[in-house]
Ligand binder design. Sequence first.
Ligand SMILES: C[S@@+](CC[C@H](N)C(=O)[O-])C[C@H]1O[C@@H](n2cnc3c(N)ncnc32)[C@H](O)[C@@H]1O
Length: 243
Amino acid sequence: MTVQPSAPSTARMIDFWLGGYDHFPVDIAAAEAFEQAYGPCAAIFRSLRAFLGRTVRFVADQGITDFVVFGAGIPSQGNVHQIAPEATVLYTDADPKIVAHGSALLAMTDNAHYIEADATALSGFDPSAYLPGWGSRPVGVIFLGLAAFLDDEQLSSALRQLYAAVEPGSFLVVDFDGLELTAYPEALAMMGPGFHMRDPAEFERLLGDWRVDGIVPVAQWHPEGEPEPVPDAFWGGVAVKPR
Ligand SMILES: C[S@@+](CC[C@H](N)C(=O)[O-])C[C@H]1O[C@@H](n2cnc3c(N)ncnc32)[C@H](O)[C@@H]1O
């Protein structure tokens, strides 16, 4: 019998908004309450998942066959191993319940794994047992939906440590919450004090030595056809560790 969680998780709320099956009544209630305060969540998260798809395809097309995903949430609904099925993917998250849920979902998938990792405590992080290319080949680092949970020091420290750990030619896919929710105080209050929005004009400095080709609203990152008509709530880009 499935144990019902007592509290919602943002990862499972996103699964609800994406039309998945990996959420519980407590997550639906929280998602619907949030939508009362800020309506376009489902469209925004579909657009974000499409951004993940385009960026992961772009990185895979550069010959990358190993991906490590931080703050991964629920690994379904067009996630990294589904977009790049030939690659090896290591999903990580700091929430042990999400890790257990994700591991169960991936039980029958040979080239995707899920382990616990806190992006604010990366010293000693060594995924080489899971990713054959780690330490010898460029990899893809996926850092989506996570920046909001880290303050500037935590975020820049994590990105700096990852830059040092990966081979030249590695890619970083990153997004963050822009200032959209400042106009929706009720929604902002629901996110709590640990929620970090950022001015897109000031984000690049947090990337350290990662080189980015531009920080744009995610729907406008190399759209395939017309960009989705969603508010510019999330911004992001693809950065590289130069060779
Ligand atoms: C909003 S969800 C994003 C899920 C997924 N990456 C996506 O974009 O759809 C944020 C996830 O980050 C995880 N998280 C929060 N703080 C973290 C940290 N310090 N290190 C790693 N994961 C963290 C949460 O447990 C949650 O699963």
